[in-house]
Design a protein. Sequence first.
Length: 256
Amino acid sequence: MNRKYRKTIIAGNWKMNTLPSEVKSLFAAVKASCGRAAWCRMVLCVPYTHIQQAVKATRDCRISVGAQNLHQSPHGAYTGEVSAPMLKDLGVKYVIVGHSERRQYYGETDVSVREKTLAALEAGLRPIVCVGETLQQRDLGVTNELVTLQVATLLAALDSHSVRKVVFAYEPVWAIGTGRTATAEQAQEVCALIRALLRKSFGTVVARSVPILYGGSMNASNAKELLAMGDVDGGLIGGASLKPEEYAEIVRAANQ
Ligand code: 13P
């Protein structure tokens, strides 16, 4: 982290878990456990069905509500899809784009990730853009090339104003839901690579203002070490974010 230049973000991704009827009590528990936590931004990315209640539950606190996906068009004949203006209208502030589960199961590509990111920015949402390699790609030694391609495809469509609204998340696919976390050094190396790409396109001042998160089996026991790395500006947390007390411990670990 480097709080001199950018905010720390501790974001939870609930994925397809919990019921709408549980939202009120889960948010009450998160609020009670986290307190004000002025040192970081807290974001919880919930299923679409939970958004209205989540926004209501966060009216009196510092937690922002995020969505987990969006469609790239603002409206139209796309049965079953949800657009950026719809999310914005509900009070959503962040949206995850290009999560590896969406890339793997729903055919999302670097090009669709770029379109969705632009749609989010156009509507005034902050996209949390996920990048990261599979185990096979890491073993082949092509992690840097792969992440460079994922990031560069997006950066080519941004300008120095819009890129400041983007949050990146480095999520190695092999670390997601596996309990196998990247080492702090591995996380730092790729987050630093992403920042170097930002620097190359937009210069130092812009590059140092963009938050880059790590995601993949982050929990209360490894968060402190990961967050101590200079280019790891927070976390995108799956399983552990479903347990309010553990999420709060990660929020506290960011206070260093
Ligand atoms: P886990 O923290 O459950 O590994 O999930 C990470 C993730 O995919 C967050 O988007």
